[in-house]
Design a binder for this molecule. Structure first.
Ligand code: PXG
Ligand code: PLP
Length: 442
């Protein structure tokens, strides 16, 4: 019998869901069917406030008309064009716009389709750069405990979340990790950047002493760790890391997949902290998640070091079929217009003290052991139930959804990162429902 592509009855079984307890979910699914502004609706019409901007990505809110029109117009004009030895105008236009808004001399853009691809691309650019400048022995990559850099083999190798690594064999060789910066004994309930922990950047000196700088290509960190439970960097930490990298000829990569495009109330964390990395990875908010897109932003000297050899030689043997996909470029251009027109980065900055007061008002709620915030995002740790790590967090996540709020859960840590268009009364509603969910799940 010929394979059929005819529609079949809706059945939850066939979709192998990512990062999901498939069997548990399919018994009691949480479905989202419609979205507008800061809200989702379930298929039966129940409204849920989006406390996480999707997965930290819908920064300008859902259903933006301008993005829809830009994508439709691009689809009408040209659906797809390759960018290997060819080009299309929108790709160049977008890169010029990104270069213009980037801090320091970050001024070139490599495009891909996700944060994971951005991370793999950045690690490869770092290795190729070291080789191009005659430092080909620099092959080691340094990540950080509790780091999340997507799910490619490069990303999980430099990443520091055990569950994302332990099932997948020996990973990339020659990787080492800095210690994470989560110090609740010293920093619990910090508002904004914690006071303690800048000295943890000096661990890089210890790693250099162990392996020698001549073997190390790059260090990759999230300037403010997201996925692992939102860990703002200790005051002075990123500056120290920058100094040590510069001193030893090691490239510094900021993974700004979450922090990029406004989350901290600035264009990028690099701008917010005044620390310029050599490479920056982005995704998510770059296209407001309408069309998948990621990118690596590259400092001028790194790009220029690669522009050597004969002019007919390909300088970087790396790229994706969909690098700078025309629909993604159209979406990303329209998103930049919205960020500017609506002043969303500024808006996030102005709202963040209100957000900070809101999330810290949950201090004292039974079971809450730490609350962290920076920009328009927060992480909340709950005390684990004896012998059941993650149960309380999952309970609070499910309860929040029942009460009409979407949050993110990893273990007993919950995170929130609303769209940057959120209103103060909606922040009140998020905090109110969240507090109820934690209490009811206790
Ligand atoms: N780097 C960072 C810093 C990220 O946060 C990625 C890379 C990978 O991006 P892609 O587009 O390949 O998923 C991310 C993604 C969560 C959560 O619950 C976070 C991410 C993805 C899914 C869930 O915190 N971050
Ligand atoms: N696998 C095969 C067989 C391919 O031909 C290609 C691309 O041509 C890929 C994987 C990579 O796909 P992408 O460029 O979309 O990452």
């Amino acid at each position: 019998m010929a394979a059929s592509t005819a529609p079949v009855a809706n059945n939850l079984e066939a979709f192998f869901m990512p990062f999901t307890a498939n069997r548990q979910f399919k018994k009691n699914p949480r479905l989202l069917a419609k979205a507008k502004g800061v809200h989702y609706w379930t298929p039966d019409g129940r409204r849920v406030i989006d406390g996480t901007a999707g997965l930290w990505c819908v920064n300008a809110g859902h259903g933006r008309e301008e993005i829809k029109q830009a994508i439709a117009a691009q689809l009408e004009e040209m659906d797809y064009a390759p960018t290997f030895q060819m080009g299309h105008p929108r790709a160049f236009e977008l890169a010029a716009r990104h270069a213009a808004m980037l801090p320091g001399d970050l001024d070139h853009a490599f495009y891909c389709n996700s944060g994971s691809e951005a991370v793999d691309s950045a690690l490869k650019i770092a290795l190729a750069y070291q080789r191009a400048r005659g430092e080909g022995t620099r092959t080691r990559l340094i990540g950080r405990e509790r780091g999340y850099h997507g799910v490619g083999f490069g990303g999980i190798s430099v990443g520091g979340m055990a569950n994302n690594r332990k099932f997948f064999g020996s990973l990339l060789p020659g990787v080492d990790h800095l210690p994470h910066t989560h110090l609740p004994q010293k920093n619990a309930f910090s508002r904004g950047q914690p006071e303690h922990g800048a000295e943890l950047a000096d661990e890089l000196e210890r790693i250099v002493a162990l392996h020698d700088a001549s073997t190390i290509a790059a260090v990759i960190v999230e300037p403010c760790a997201g996925s692992t439970g939102y860990l703002p960097p200790p005051k002075g930490y990123l500056q120290r890391l920058r100094e040590i990298c510069t001193k030893h000829g090691i490239l510094l990569i900021f993974d700004e997949v979450i922090t990029g495009f406004g989350r901290l109330g600035a264009s990028f964390a690099a701008e917010y902290f005044g620390v310029i990395p050599d490479l920056m990875t982005v995704a998510k908010g770059i296209s407001n998640a309408t069309v998948p897109m990621g990118g690596v932003f590259v400092r001028k000297p790194v790009y220029e070091a690669l522009m050597t050899g004969p002019e007919n030689a390909i300088e970087l043997f790396h790229g994706y079929t969909y690098s700078a996909h025309p629909l993604a470029c159209a979406a990303a251009g329209a998103v930049l217009d919205i960020y500017r027109k609506d002043g969303l980065f500024q808006r996030a900055a102005e709202l963040s003290p209100y957000w900070e007061d809101g999330v810290h008002s949950l201090k004292g709620t039974p079971g809450v052991t730490d609350i962290r915030n920076l920009g328009l995002a927060a992480g909340i740790d709950l005390e684990s139930k004896p012998g059941a790590v993650g149960a309380r967090g999952y309970g609070a996540f499910v309860k929040a959804f029942e009460l009409g709020l979407m949050v993110r859960q990893t273990g007993d840590t919950l995170a929130m990162s609303p769209p940057l268009i959120v209103e103060k009364n909606q922040i009140d509603e998020i905090i109110d429902i969240f507090g109820k969910a934690i209490r009811q799940a206790a």
